[in-house]
Design a protein around this ligand. Structure first.
Ligand code: 1GP
Length: 230
């Protein structure tokens, strides 16, 4: 599966505004993929609108599903997060069961990509919504990574620090125990240097917010990551 080769991903939030000119620069930046996803105010209309705009370019585009109502055909992949350190079964597997109950007969399983999330920034919206237990030790993170790979057989383990630059020690600990499952890191990357630091450890890094704060700096993260892979 091609998402197993991605090293750099930009995450676009359908609820945030981006000009056509900015979107063109993002899509033509050389990033390996665009992930469409957000926690707040994501509606079907906004998702469809962004999909149509991104589809003018050749970059692969995946939808990270936050609500069943905002799912639409046309994406290359559908990333389905399970928040492994949520204290509510809703965000671990109940929403998934609900979706499978409704659409299971029609689902193209090859397009669906389960992600095992581990959220480590207590202040981010996703941590609050999912009531995640974010006070995790290195050993806890290692256990969650192994849970994703060996119990649930998930292709992706996602260390999420959304809005805050994370602790490389945690990322390194997860990476060390994963053999098949790919490690995604996302959170607070605002420079080429930070992108390179995390990309030296994780398999894939995700840059989100900074696209909306300082587009030029965010775009520089692509080269920083791809230069490492040479
Ligand atoms: C968010 O992991 C992504 O889901 C990226 O985080 O928005 O902080 O870059 P930032």
């Amino acid at each position: 599966m091609e998402y197993l080769q991605w090293r750099h991903v930009f995450k676009l939030d359908p609820a945030k505004v981006m000009s056509d000119e900015a979107l063109k620069r993002v899509c033509e930046s050389g990033t390996d993929a665009i992930l469409v996803g957000g926690t707040d105010g994501v509606t079907l209309d906004l998702v469809v609108d962004l999909l149509i705009r991104v589809r003018q370019y050749t970059v692969p585009v995946a939808l990270e599903i936050s609500t069943i109502e905002s799912v639409t055909p046309g994406f290359d992949f559908y990333f389905i997060p399970s928040v492994l350190n949520s204290t509510k079964t809703t965000f671990v597997k109940d929403l998934q069961v609900e979706a499978i109950k409704e659409f299971g007969d029609f689902m193209d399983w090859t397009e669906l990509v389960p992600e095992g999330y581990c959220i480590l920034n207590p202040d981010c919206k996703a941590a609050q919504v999912t009531e995640a237990h974010t006070e995790l030790s290195v050993d806890d993170v290692i256990a969650h990574a192994r849970l994703a790979e060996h119990f649930f057989n998930m292709p992706i383990f996602y260390l999420e620090y959304s809005g805050m630059y994370g602790d490389p020690t945690m990322v390194r600990a997860a990476k060390k125990v994963l053999t098949k499952t790919r490690l995604f890191y996302g959170g607070g990357i605002t420079s080429a240097q930070q992108a390179a630091e995390m990309a030296k450890i994780a398999d894939t890094i995700v840059v989100g917010n900074h696209l909306y704060d300082n587009l030029t700096e965010a775009l520089e993260t692509v080269k920083a990551v791809h230069d490492l892979s040479l």
